[in-house]
Write a protein that binds this ligand. Structure first.
Ligand code: UD1
Ligand code: UDP
Length: 359
């Protein structure tokens, strides 16, 4: 049997690896490394429990630090494991520092690298994720692309060998879990929310959290929108840390009756339930933009560009940056017509990835 060594470390990577791991373990040996990039229970362990992801064989416990320190520590820890395990392939996901460290450690040891979610580009090199994606793609031997656009991006950079158009594994995850979420999640009752009568928000992108002006504008927009509909906001720890430094007393004592309701990060099933019943989703997350599209909830993207250009089709997603008026207008726009295209595959990407990996 082939030995595949999977590297994950951040919340969206747990959600992406779950369906692949499930299929992979039927016909290969999987060794799982958790870098420890995310470590709070509600950012890490909770996803392993809820999605039945096997316990990692190694947890490097790297934690939070500057990009250089964090990536460097991962590189060292991953190399030690690779020396010991000698896998046939190293499998990495997405565009975090854990992705980059995994690809770099493996390629220096001449171990083939497979990248799930290859070819995504924002064309904004100020995003740490853009640097991670570009470098990882250029180090990878197998590139699993979610969309035709991502295949094209790779071709433009001269990469065509080992490229597979497989669809989006997050769609696999969503389809597998959305009914379970509907049956099991009680979050709407707990928060006393009525279907389609609240907005859902998430914010964690460095460009928004590390720029006080942009974060203040987002807060202002949320406060305005919450005069019409409650805004439910599960806050990423990065953002919570920064909000605590702002003079914003309304964020410290959330109650179910408040219009702007901040909470700790929620579980994946609760998140799917919240997304599905939201009237509109306001976000700078990559994954949440796609989930909004799949669940047919209008999305307002608090960024200047998106990698997921397919979601813009027919107005399901709108890029508005952080202009308060533009965010409000986009949040109150009418429901767009049903999209015609199915640009993210058929929800069976994990099978396609594993088949190509083991071929
Ligand atoms: C990382 C990824 C980003 C991804 C996001 C998903 C990079 C460069 N960024 O961003 O692409 O979209 O994960 O959520 O890899 N923190 C905690 N507890 C945790 C994790 C983080 O308190 O469990 C706080 C720490 O203060 C930390 C900060 O959040 O410094 C940022 O965490 P980090 O993993 O460096 O980046 P993210 O913003 O989470
Ligand atoms: N998510 C979650 N709980 C939350 C916020 C997000 O389960 O409180 C899920 C969300 O449904 C999606 C993924 O986390 O599947 C997106 O991760 P994130 O926004 O952290 O990262 P990005 O996709 O921007 O890299």
């Amino acid at each position: 049997m082939q030995k595949i060594l999977t590297i994950v470390g951040a919340r969206p990577q747990f959600i992406k690896c779950a369906p692949v791991s499930r299929v992979l373990r039927k016909s290969a040996v999987e060794v799982l490394i958790h870098t420890g990039q995310h470590y709070d229970d509600n950012m890490s362990e909770a996803f392993f429990r809820e999605l039945d992801i096997p316990k990692p064989n190694y947890n490097l416990g790297v934690g939070s630090a500057s990009h250089g320190v964090q990536t460097g520590e991962m590189l060292k820890g991953i190399e030690d494991v690779l020396v010991k395990e000698r896998p046939d392939v190293v499998l990495v996901y997405g565009d975090t520092n854990s992705t980059l460290a995994g690809a770099l450690a493996a390629s220096k040891m001449h171990i083939p690298v497979a990248h799930v979610e290859a070819g995504l580009r924002s064309f904004n090199r100020r995003m740490p994720e853009e640097i991670n994606r570009v470098v990882t793609d250029h180090l990878s031997d197998q590139l699993f692309c979610p969309t035709e656009t991502s295949v094209k991006h790779l071709a433009q950079e001269g990469i065509s060998k080992g490229v597979h158009l497989v669809g989006d594994v997050m769609y696999d995850s969503l389809l597998y879990n959305v009914k379970v979420a509907e049956a099991k999640s009680t979050i709407l009752e707990r928060l006393r929310l009525r279907s389609k009568e609240y907005c859902l928000a998430t914010v964690h992108r460095a460009e928004n959290t590390d720029d006080a002006g942009r974060l203040q504008a987002i807060l202002e927009a949320f406060r305005e929108i919450s005069k019409t509909y409650p805004v439910v906001w599960p806050v990423h720890p990065r953002t919570r840390k920064i909000l605590q430094t702002l003079d914003a007393s309304f964020i410290t004592s959330p109650s179910p009756d408040q219009a702007l309701r901040l909470s700790e990060p929620v579980s994946y099933l609760d998140m799917l339930a919240l997304e599905r019943r939201a009237r509109v989703i306001l976000t700078d997350s990559g994954g949440v933009q796609k989930e909004a599209y799949w669940l047919r909830v209008p999305c307002v993207t608090l960024r200047e560009e998106t990698e997921w250009v397919e979601t813009l089709e027919l107005g399901w997603n709108q890029i508005v940056g952080t202009d308060v008026g533009a965010i409000q207008r986009a949040a109150h726009r009418p429901i767009p017509p049903e999209p015609i295209a199915q640009p993210f595959g058929n929800g069976r990407s994990a099978e396609a990835i594993v088949a190509a990996l083991l071929r």
